[in-house]
Design a protein around this ligand. Structure first.
Ligand code: SAM
Length: 254
């Protein structure tokens, strides 16, 4: 491909991904809106309201980026349940993304409270997080970027308490052939040029659309979640969103 990402050796993937997110950090939110017509906000709203986090849960938001999920979790618990005991640890491998997240939280009531903490780290080894210590593990649009998703799942399983929930919001695969064609055109013909115009960065967005195309199919992903030891509820444990452009996958540690 134009960016040569398709055949990168495994050991280089991590540093390439790091580069992608360093270069998009400041324009990340604008681009998300432009690429998805703002639909990613609706997916994230739905994702968190369905999780319905409350009751002083200890949450870990992995690949937390600029804090879209962490903020929603805290807001949901507070506005719906008056819960100010729930806490979210936000972890990201990229210092620039984490910095954007910190800046955002600095303007909120959660700033400098035990409700939010920031951790620079790799989802594949959650050093500093004890076994069986967390109630909820979220990862939104992050797992696809990890070099070894299986290691990420194994770590998620390790840190969750029995009864704890693993929940992943990620791009998936459009199955309807007509829609798939339109979606493909949008992804490959529109998003990279849009990245060039809005973020002066075509290559990072070329990488993003390629990584979506290569990502696991829903049944493969559900199987990987089970292989890590989780139980997948309601059959496949998979909820398609917007023609399966994205999906929520759930696993419970029993
Ligand atoms: N969860 C946020 C959201 O939904 O807006 C951010 C998603 S962003 C597309 C993906 C994030 O994953 C980036 O911030 C990137 O730095 C992070 N990331 C990539 N590989 C990672 C890894 N191995 N461990 C932790 N974070 C990682």
């Amino acid at each position: 491909t134009h960016f040569g990402f398709r055949n990168v050796p495994e050991q280089q993937k991590e540093s390439l991904v790091r580069g992608v997110f360093s270069s998009v950090a400041s324009s990340y939110d604008v681009m998300n809106d432009a690429m998805s017509f703002g639909i990613h906000r609706l997916w994230k709203d739905h994702y968190v309201s369905k999780l319905d986090p409350h009751g002083g849960l200890k949450c870990l938001d992995v690949a937390g980026g600029t804090g879209d999920i962490a903020m929603r979790i805290l807001d949901h618990a507070r506005t719906k349940y008056g819960d100010r005991d729930l806490s979210v640890a936000m972890l990201d491998i990229n210092p620039e993304m984490l910095e954007e997240g910190k800046k955002r939280f600095a303007k909120t009531m959660y700033h400098a409270t035990p409700q939010i903490s920031f951790h620079l780290g790799n989802a594949e080894h959650l050093d500093g997080f004890a076994d069986n210590s967390l109630d909820l593990y979220t990862i939104a649009f992050g797992l696809r970027n990890c070099t070894h998703p299986e290691r990420v799942l194994a770590e998620a399983y390790r840190v969750l308490k029995p009864g704890g929930v693993f929940s992943c919001l990620e791009f998936s695969h459009v199955e309807n052939p007509v829609l798939a064609k339109a979606y493909n055109l949008w992804s490959f013909q529109v998003i990279p040029p849009l990245g060039h115009i809005l973020a002066a960065d075509r290559d990072s967005y070329q990488y993003l659309v390629e990584s979506i195309e290569r990502w696991k199919k829903p049944h493969e992903f559900s199987q990987a979640i089970r292989d890590a030891g989780f139980v997948t509820p309601d059959g496949e444990g998979h909820e398609p969103l917007t023609f399966n452009i994205a999906a929520i996958h759930t696993g419970v540690k029993v």
